[in-house]
Design a binder for this molecule. Structure first.
Ligand SMILES: *Cc1c(COP(=O)(O)O)cnc(C)c1O
Length: 206
């Protein structure tokens, strides 16, 4: 299980402090902050977890170890060509809107397999698994959402060719409020912001 420290609300100096304390994976939701902080702490793995805008894809590909929030085929095409231009293969997760909340990004569960297969056919993209965000405020609802994503991952995994299935292993789910439910449902990556940076670091500063 990997802990991703979501540093979107703190500056690069604070992220560096967390790196010195042992954090190795960081998450950002804005391309400009991703690039700036990845330059400041280049030894860390930088994860892009925000909404993807087509014109920012070259910047995101330039800095991200893993993109968690891909859910459009047109963006997948552009990620592959940007990665090709950089001589890299870009690792991505497909974001699924399991709960169906309109405010959230992600494809619907029914479309996930087709999008995974579409990405598998691209030369410079590697699909490493699925990501979701659960509705906040109800642990049981979050648990059910995470279990649905885990079941979807198993289902898709079973339908992929062996070479693609081998790397289709990650479940990015769980945030400050619901990481316990996510881990219970089989999360391989939790994305924690407030619980790390507003508690440990701000309390330590006062
Ligand atoms: C901000 C954010 C997180 C972290 O949320 P916290 O509640 O602060 O832990 C995780 N995932 C995504 C996609 C985010 O935007």
């Amino acid at each position: 299980m990997r802990l991703i420290a979501v540093s979107k609300t703190v500056d690069a100096k604070t992220a560096f402090k967390a790196f010195e304390e042992g954090a190795r994976d960081f998450g950002e939701n804005r391309p400009e902050c991703l690039c700036e902080k990845a330059l400041a702490v280049p030894e860390a793995n930088w994860h892009f977890i925000g909404n993807i805008q087509s014109r920012r894809i070259p910047d995101i590909v330039g800095s991200a170890t893993l993109i968690h929030s891909l859910y459009k085929a047109s963006h997948a095409d552009k990620i592959s060509s940007s990665a090709c231009a950089r001589g890299k293969t870009q690792d991505v997760l497909i974001e699924v809107n399991v709960s169906g909340e309109e405010s959230k990004g992600g494809c619907c569960a029914e479309d996930a397999l087709a999008l995974v297969q579409y990405c598998c056919a691209l030369p410079n993209v590697r699909v490493c698994g699925l990501m979701t965000m659960a509705p906040q405020g109800d642990a049981e609802v979050a648990q059910a959402c995470f279990e649905q994503l885990a079941a979807l991952k198993r289902d898709i995994h079973g339908k992929l060719d062996y070479t693609y299935a081998q790397s289709f292993v990650e479940l990015s789910m769980g945030m400050s409020e619901d990481w316990r439910e996510a881990i219970r449902a089989g999360s391989t990556m939790v994305r924690i912001g407030r619980a790390i940076f507003s508690e440990a670091f701000e309390d330590a500063r006062v």
